[in-house]
Design a protein around this ligand. Sequence first.
Ligand SMILES: Cc1cc2nc3c(=O)[nH]c(=O)nc-3n(C[C@H](O)[C@H](O)[C@H](O)COP(=O)(O)OP(=O)(O)OC[C@H]3O[C@@H](n4cnc5c(N)ncnc54)[C@H](O)[C@@H]3O)c2cc1C
Ligand code: SF4
Ligand code: SF4
Length: 379
Amino acid sequence: MPAEKLHWTHLFHEVVTSGLCTGCAGCVVACPHDVLGYDDGDGHYKPFNIEEGTAPDQCSHGDRGCTLCTRACPRFRDWEGEADSLLFGRMRELDEVAGIAKDIVLARATDPQVLELGQDGGLVSAILLWALGRGIVDAALVSYLEGDGSSWKAVPGVARTREEVLASAGSRYTYSANLLAYNEALATGAEKLALVGMGCQTSMPPVMSARKGGKVPRKFALSIGLLCSKTFDDAIFPELLEAKYGLPREQIVKMNIKGVLQLWMRDGSYHEVPLKECHHWTREGCLTCPDFAAEHADISTGGIGAFNDWTLTLVRTDVGREVMGGMVADGVIEVRPGDDDPGAVALLRKLSRVSRKRWPEVAVAGPGRMPPPAPKPVA
Ligand SMILES: Cc1cc2nc3c(=O)[nH]c(=O)nc-3n(C[C@H](O)[C@H](O)[C@H](O)COP(=O)(O)OP(=O)(O)OC[C@H]3O[C@@H](n4cnc5c(N)ncnc54)[C@H](O)[C@@H]3O)c2cc1C
Ligand code: SF4
Ligand code: SF4
């Protein structure tokens, strides 16, 4: 970060109102003066100033030298280069379109209950259970469904027990700013946190750490990323799934995205909705997002590929390798080479390119850089 004191006014104009803000809530949890609130109503998912007597783009603490919100923001200025350099000691090569990774494998939980409840191979839940059991972390920031689940409203929360980890398993395709559970986790006495989230969220701890952001990033002992090309506004339930397809949200038991939006209903029926039709409900914060592969997590996980019950896994950091190695040694996961599914790795690269194309040219150049596409084979 330059010597200039960069604070909320800069963040407001360069990120929050410019179209770059993902709604990750990093700035909200980093703010030590409770100046920032978070609005997740009506498809907003944005931070806003709640300080009395100041304009929306002002902060009296920022004026006096506080810079923590800009230090936390994983979309402010050269965030990608700063996080790459911190985590990997170098910037990515042009060809590393899905970020820097040490290993790509397929993994799944050996515990049948974890495998059953997990979205793909149950790897994320298996990692949390293992890391909690070993004392590597003492709480995880995850996502739950609100109330009895019938509203399908995804909400951030804390998991510390097996029951809580299993209750959070599975994927919701609306936004849950899991970082918002940070203070709740600390209030339970937790000191070493795991963060589960899409790339927009898992870039926050390394970005803030690279910018010498103090104690907040030091609390994160492990981050688990979820591959992601978009999340939907909650309005997709009434306006598309119910209005056009007659699928009320309270009857949905599971969703997945595999080329189409897949829906399993309480009455046993199964439905597919073309993703093109869902596009209208893509959250604004996703429209400029260049990070498909959760590129700054210790371990990134996804469901693309030929094998439904396996999690496509990118092991990125030494911490990630230690965790995966320890879990294999303890027999809680099984692992096979990513090369077993070359189509998944090719799709990972393709979808990563699609996301990088979204980064606007008016912003810093890094996150949009990639090699030109390979020429089409001559027929
Ligand atoms: C919004 C979203 C979009 C995704 N898009 C893709 C994609 O395009 N391609 C792909 O290959 N994979 C995608 N994934 C990842 C995939 O769905 C699985 O999460 C991943 O493969 C891990 O599966 P698992 O069985 O190992 O995880 P599980 O053991 O089922 O654990 C899943 C974890 O994800 C957390 N979670 C669930 N929903 C949310 C949410 N909305 N916000 C934040 N955290 C959440 C839960 O708290 C849980 O800890 C997406 C996931 C999400 C949440
Ligand atoms: S991207 Fe995240 S940290 Fe940056 S302004 Fe938006 S909510 Fe705050
Ligand atoms: S596309 Fe996914 S990773 Fe990117 S901002 Fe949207 S939710 Fe976050």
